[in-house]
Design a protein around this ligand. Structure first.
Ligand SMILES: [Zn+2]
Ligand SMILES: [Zn+2]
Ligand SMILES: [Zn+2]
Length: 80
């Protein structure tokens, strides 16, 4: 996925930051119904900045409302 430093867009549905190129690749694919109608906003208007994952030093991009914790992509992949 994108380098968070280069991400200028934020998808509220995916809860992920995108650069314009990646967003276009994903959201511009009209054959992929899953991504149609997503609310993509300027990254500066992203609802919350979850900061960095203390464990992996990566930007937290996911928020789990049931545990009230933010996770980075490594946490999610590793199933933390
Ligand atoms: Zn990208
Ligand atoms: Zn999206
Ligand atoms: Zn992590």
């Amino acid at each position: 996925m994108c380098d968070p430093e280069q991400a200028t867009l934020y998808c509220k549905n995916d809860k992920i930051y995108f650069c314009e190129e990646c967003s276009e690749k994903i959201h511009g694919n009209r054959d992929n119904a899953f991504f149609i109608g997503h609310d993509v906003v300027d990254a500066r208007e992203a609802p919350l900045d979850y900061g960095l994952c203390s464990e992996h030093k990566r930007k937290n991009e996911y928020y789990n409302y049931s545990t009230a914790r933010a996770y980075c992509i490594v946490c999610v992949v590793e199933g933390a």
